[in-house]
Design a protein around this ligand. Sequence first.
Ligand SMILES: Cc1cc2nc3c(=O)[nH]c(=O)nc-3n(C[C@H](O)[C@H](O)[C@H](O)COP(=O)(O)O)c2cc1C
Length: 209
Amino acid sequence: MKVLLVNGSPHEKGCTYTALSEIAMQLEKNGIGSEIHWLGDKPINGCTGCGACFRNRNGRCVFGEGDGVNELIEKINAADGVVFGCPVHFAGAAGNLHSALDRVFYAKISFAGKPGAAVVSCRRSGGTAAFDDLNKYFMISSMPVVSSKYWNIVHGNTPEQVRQDEEGMQIMRALADNMAWLLKSIEAGRNAGLKLPEPEKRITTNFIR
Ligand SMILES: Cc1cc2nc3c(=O)[nH]c(=O)nc-3n(C[C@H](O)[C@H](O)[C@H](O)COP(=O)(O)O)c2cc1C
């Protein structure tokens, strides 16, 4: 089993990476593999709402070959669980990760049943708003949300400061333990013949009719 840890920070080895590394270490202790995937520091465009992914129904973004969005879709598809991590930028999730996930989740076919968790890193505040923001992607997608002992936030402006945030580091380890437990529970259920619920035909009302 493998968990994809997405680093949505412009810093490859910064604070978000430090938090994700703690999760990776604890997953390994639980016998679960992982990969930290950095989105890079080049701009990632937001969704243009062109609707091509809806028409094509192929689970890909027509603009996603050059900027890593389709690669991210493939990696999420292949993973048993995902963690999306990013720094807090102006009390919200950092722009690059947000842009990428808007396109991933608009284009996706289904991630139903795949456990997900969000992790954010901030110097001082705005963490819970950014954390809430990222959790929305899981909750509109029938993905079980993995929790910890507190909201998944680490504090610091440098990796050294994040490592000094002992409570934050412990929250990351508890998150990894819970992710491992849920993945093993899902596998046990699958082996026992338990299937995902059959979705009803989708109703879309746009609040008008
Ligand atoms: C554009 C920008 C906006 C930021 N906004 C906030 C903020 O609203 N609250 C906060 O506590 N830190 C803020 N920070 C600081 C980062 O969230 C913090 O340093 C984070 O741990 C960096 O993570 P990274 O090394 O993974 O990029 C901001 C940083 C930048 C570059």
